[in-house]
Each structure stands twice: as C-alpha cells, then as structure tokens.
Design a protein around this ligand. Sequence first.
Ligand code: PHE
Ligand code: ZN
Length: 888
Amino acid sequence: MRTDTPLTIYRKDYTPPGFWVETVEMGFDLDPEATHVATRMTLKRNPASQNKSLLLYGEALRLVQLRMNGKALTKRAYTLGPGTLEINNPPDHVTLEIETVTHPNLNTSLMGLYVSDGNFFTQCEAEGFRKITYFPDRPDVMAKYKVMLRADKEKYPVLLSNGNLIEEGDLGDGRHYAVWEDPFKKPSYLFALVAGKLVCQEEKYTLHSGREVLLQVWVEEGNLDKTQHAMDSLKRSIRWDEERFGLELDLDRFMIVAVGDFNMGAMENKGLNIFNTKYVLANPRIATDTDYANIESVVGHEYFHNWTGNRVTCRDWFQLSLKEGLTVFRDQEFSADMIGTDSARAVKRIEDVRVLRQAQFPEDAGPMAHPVRPDSYVEINNFYTVTVYEKGAEVVRMYQTLFGRDGFRKGMDLYFQRHDGCAVECDDFRRAMADANGRDLSQFELWYCQSGTPHLKVDTHYDEVAKTYAITLTQSCPATPGQAQKQPYHIPVAVGLLDGSGRDLPLHLGGVEIDGPAPTTMVLELTQQRQSFEFRNVPVHPVPSILRGFSAPVVLEIDYSDAELAFLMAHDSDPFNRWEAGQRLAMRRLLALADAVQKDHALSDSELQETALGKAYHKILSDRMLDPAFCELALTLPSETVVAEQVDVVDPHAIHAVRQFMRRSLAAAMRVEWEVAYQANRTPGSYSPDAAAAGKRALKNLALSYLMELDEPQMHLLAQGQYDQANNMTDRIAALSALVNSSAAGRDEALARFYAEFEQEALVIDKWFALQAMARTTDVAKVRDLMAHTAFTLKNPNRARSLIFSFCNGNPAQFHAVDGSGYEFWADQVIALNAINPQVAARLARSLDRWRKYAPALQEKMQAALKRVAATKSLSKDVLEVVTKSLA
Ligand code: PHE
Ligand code: ZN
C-alpha cells in the first residue's frame, strides 16, 4: 500500500546496477503463518556502474539478520528505506547473509510467496521476489540459484523449485527437505517454488537431439483426469520450437503446476511454469473448445519463453515487449501451424485481429495509451497490457511480413547468437532483424516509441489507356497522451488486385523486376506520409484488396461501395480480407441503424434480404464448401465494443439495440438456412477438440443463437434438447447461454441444474457466473445478488473476473444504466479489491478509462465514480495510476 506519493519511473533514467550477483543460496522453512527465508548471496562490484552503493529491494518483510562477509552489520552500516535496503560503502566482493520472515497466509496480493488451497506458490514477475527476500530485484541482475525447501512432510509432501532436484530427505520431527539447483543464470523474476499436496502426470520425452527429458504436469489430487491436453500441448510445443526455430529444451526436467489463485494466465519460471488452472485443466465435461485452444496456446507461450524471455531476457521492464510481443507472436504461429490448413490458419489470424481491435485499439485511443516500449510507468504491473502483448506481437509479425519466414528465422538466429544469456533491449532485437537481412530498420523503431493506432487512407486511380493502376497511401496517427505529433511509420501493406470475375491479377509494380511468374500479392512498403505505387499492365479496372492478412496494425480507410464489399466477401483469395469485407458491410449497416435510433426513427428491416449485406450473408451461409469456422466468424456481427470505437459519442443502449435488432432480422431472414446449418454441423460421436470439429460446433452454436433470437417455443425446445443431450461443455454452455438469453420457461431450472451438476468444478462455476453476468436481463441488482451467493468470493481472481469483470466489460447495455448504478457498483468493487489485490483492482479500474467517449449524462456519472475511487484512502499505486491517468 502507498505510504507516499507514487514515483514515476522513466526509461531514460536507466543505470546499470552497482553490483552483480553471482550465486544465490536460499533456505526456506515453509510455514503458512511465518516462513523464514535464509539467503546467502555472493556479489561483485560492477566496474561499469556509477552506482557506488549496494541497493537491495524488499517489501512486506521482517528483517531478522543481516551479515556481510561473515559479520553482522550494525544499524549504521545500512539504510532501511521504504521498499529498499542500501548497504553503505561495501567492498568490491561481498557475501551477504540475510534472514527474513514473511506471512504467506496473509498474502492476498498473490505476489511473492502465498498460499492457495493450503499449498505454497510463488509469483515473482515483475517485482515479487522482493517480497521473499531483500535482493537487487531487477531483470538485468542474473544469477545461479540453489534452493533448499523444508516443510512438514504430511502437509507438503511435494517440494519443487527451478532446475534439477539434487537431494531430498527426511529431517525427523515430521519434516522433510528437498534441494534444487538451477544450472542456468536467471533474473529473480523467474524464481519459483511450489510446496504442497499435489500429484502429477509425467512422461519421458525424447528431444530431436536424442536427449531424454522428464515432463510433468502437477495438479491437485482430484484433477489428474484433466491434465492430458496440457501434456500433449507441451510435447507439441517442444517439437514445434525445434522444427520452426531450431530451439531445444535446455533442461532435463520441465514442470507445469496448476494453481487456482493466480493473477494472470501463467508464468514462465525457469523449468517450473506456474499456471492458472484455467489454462491447464481440461476434459470434455468441463472445458469448451475455446478452453482447449487457449490451453494449447498458453502452454506454448510459457514454453517458448524459455528462449524468448529466459535465455535472452529484458534489461529493464520498459523492454517487456521484447519477450512478450515476441512470445505472443510465437504462440500465434504455433497455434496456426498446429491446425495446419491455410483456411484454418486464416481463422486463427482473424481471431487474433479481433482481439486486437476489441481490446488494443481502444487502449491505444484512450488515456492509458502507451508505446509498445513505454517511456514511463508508476506501477509496472499496469503495463502487462494488450499493447505490450498483442500490438507487440503485430510489430514482430511485420518483420516476418517484410523478410519472409526465412529472413525472420535468420534474424532470430542472429539474435540468439548475439544475446544468449544476456539481458537486452527491444532495439537489440530490431538490430538483429536488420543486420541478418541487410536492411536499415531505423524508421521501424517508431513502432516501439509512438503510441496510437495509425490510420491508412487509400486512394486509387485506373488509367484505362495506359493500363496502369495507382494506389496512393496516406498515413496519419492521432495524438495520444504526451505525444501530440507523430512521425510517419514504416508500414508493410500487402495488396492484391481482383479482376471482374474475382480472380487475382498478376502484379507488375512499376520499377520492380521480379524473376519468374508475377506474384498476386505484394508487400508495398510505405515509409513517407504519402506515397503512390503504380501497377503496370493492368488489363481491367480492378477491385483492390488492401492490407491482406492484416499486414500492419492500422485502421484502413478505403471507400468501397456496398457492391465492391460484397464482391470481395465472395471472391477475395485472401480469407482475412473476405472476412473484413463482411465486417465492413455489417458495420456500415449497424452505424446507419444507430443513427436512425438516435434520431428516433423506427427501425425497419423489411428489405434486408435485398441489401448487399443480406445477400452476402446468405451466400456465405449457403456455401457448403466454406470452412465452418470461417463461416462462423464471417456471420458474427462486430461486437458492441468494436462498434462503439467507430462513433464519436457512444450511446451503449442504441448500439445494443441495433445489434440485437440486426441479429433478429438476420435470424428471420435466413431462418431456413440457419436450421439447415444447425443440422449439418452437428458432431455426433465422441468429442474431439480438433479445429475441424470445433469449427462445426462454433457454426452450429452460432446458428442456435440466431434461431433463439426468434424466441419461439420450438427453438426453446431445440436449445433445451441440446442442453440435455450434450456430451461436452461447448455444446452445453452454448445451449445454456441461449436459454438464459431467451424467455424460455426452463431457463432458471437449467441454471440451477447446471450449478448442482458442476458445484465441485471451480472453473465451470466461473462460467456459470460469467454467463449470468453477461445475460441481457442481468442488471446491477442481479449482480449484487450473485455476489451474495455462497460460491462467490472476491479473493479468487478467476471468480472475481467471472462475475464482476464480465458484467462491467461484457454487458455494456446494463453496465451503462442511465442512473449510474453500474458505475457505483464498479467503484465499490474497485475499492474492495484494492484492499485485497491491487493488481486485480487496477485491471477492473481500466473499465471506465474511456469515459470521455460517452454521452454527457453518462460521462458525468462515470467521472464521479472515478473521483470517488481516486479519493479513497490507502489506494495502491496500481489503482491510483489508472484512475489518475483516466481523469487527467
Ligand atoms: N510473464 C507472464 C506471461 O506472459 C505473465 C505474467 C506477468 C504472469 C506477471 C504473472 C505476473 O507469460
Ligand atoms: Zn508471456
């Protein structure tokens, strides 16, 4: 908790540490009430540093002993500040012995050492190690660790830490011990220990090189029937990193541990990854297709960090995207490669771009906007953002777009050749890419320094006589906090041209000679504010397909007619742009309808079938050759959040009303087709989470949700039947959600039955809360009721997210109730969470950060709620930073 005004930390103020740590030995006497930690470390002066003193960080620790080079330090020899311990005038070589005490059972922040369901876990990224002992807790200080864990044998039979188990034994008196040694140097944020009653699924696995490694997935006893998918995902990750990047697992043993109380998704601690149960546990009964896919990608993500994050780590936390953007890119490519086909790869790409638009574009346009490599922060935990992760991944993807897979691989190889074992900067990665490909990437740095989403305007001109086609690209980037003016970016723009029958034309770009057949997609490199590209030998006036595959994270402004969009949706060889054309058509109609609502015009859909949109949707839904997963994405309307981004003043009620209206219209207009799609995409037989089967279920369940918009008894029966017969959670929860959002008589009973059946499965109860939080009829009063349910607790982040975040972020029409009761509720929960878990509280605080975009009556009430939070006593710096920036 804050005791003074929080300090802003600036990237430009980086200085190297005064001392390097060489070895760390730790002894833990694990006890939930009071754990004693004895640390012995050897340090040596860093000759390259101006910092003469030895600065250690520590938080919420009781210091019991402090010895330097064998002697107890007197009070005058060191200074204990808030959060720091500074040793005055130390010699060049230092051995420090520190004994501290922490209280794991009181630790609700879930940072440092804490207890979850009776077991011990640690979380040290970004600055949690300092809650375990005093230490130069910064990522550029890398050391070798040896750790002894001691604990009651019966309560904590399993004792784990990083690296290799080198010794274990009995201590008598009912206690036992284990000694772990990590052969690799690592920053303190990668330290981990786990102790408790756990069991594991384990397998021996042979690496490409022939070396055998031990893989383990550790869970609580009742969950051993839910580990197979995580284990399979781990093996696929190991294989993929060998094949695609030539990167081998460097340890003899690799462990994944699941924990029910966790702030984030998972953590890449060296050799001992700790996961939120949500991203480990799966079987058909409890997990949906989305859960299966997420588990595969998070297991991959954490495993890939072993090279991109652990072997090569970050010099300071401003460089966070060095490991996160790169590792998200890697996990996206992994997931795409696992599903294989081009069409399935495109589906993955569309899903990733959807996340970017849904969450990152709004962040980039709001008061918390920051560059991929931020220049300052108050609390680093607030910078584990969609910008650092997802936009960072887009920035990495652009290297691959510019240089191809082979060029990208060359850059990666050079990066590891240069920096293995080091703590480096985003610039080092960019330099490796530039040098390996013989290219100047200085302008490309702007993607790391400038915040805001660039806009790309497209103008075209066809010269019928000369048979030339000119594409003129103009870029701009809106002002963001602290950045009024922007310089032009280096933007790769993948383009293609379609002829009248929808075929790709061969491309001949003026001034560019290409051996072999002319390509049908080319990457134009925009580096100026405005630039023209002229194609020669263009026989007919083409329809342009711009930004294929979403080749850069920008907003594309292009004036297509409805007919052109329908044409692209039907013919573009680039599946991303086919989807995109449909989204544009739908968005156009949604915005027109929203405008009508605000002018109090009655909505009419009588001619929907006759519109370009109606025809295009009909065509997609009736095309039996199309991949069902693609159809599902193409027939899903832009979300309310994405629509809100398109208007200057957001009226959440109008947006909700028109989206619902359009869903009902589409349901009625294509009723027969939806029924056919529902039947055609059933997946009888035993459940498999593979992409093909999941795609069919997705389309079938989309059909169900549209049909349920008709709110007819016959459809209620369809949903009820699906619920009763489902042999997997995907179908079951889809049916339940459809029922809950309808007027079906059985909906309350279905909810009650679902609860009774899954009462013992925490992750399913999370779904039960989330589904209700997002239901159309759930208002603030109902959410407050649900908070009083015996299964609800604010202390468990998954549970808090399932109810409170789902409501505040996932139910805009109810959250933005005109009386401001949603905002009152939000403030109450931010304040309550602040006292329990500042990180989770600060995430929730973000829900109001776009308040200035709303209609004035709502704005006023949001501002009042924000001010109430800001004025709260003992606010964490996490929450304070978010609300202060929101109000600024
Ligand atoms: N480094 C983790 C990841 O992205 C995320 C994380 C950050 C987890 C901070 C816990 C705490 O894989
Ligand atoms: Zn990560």
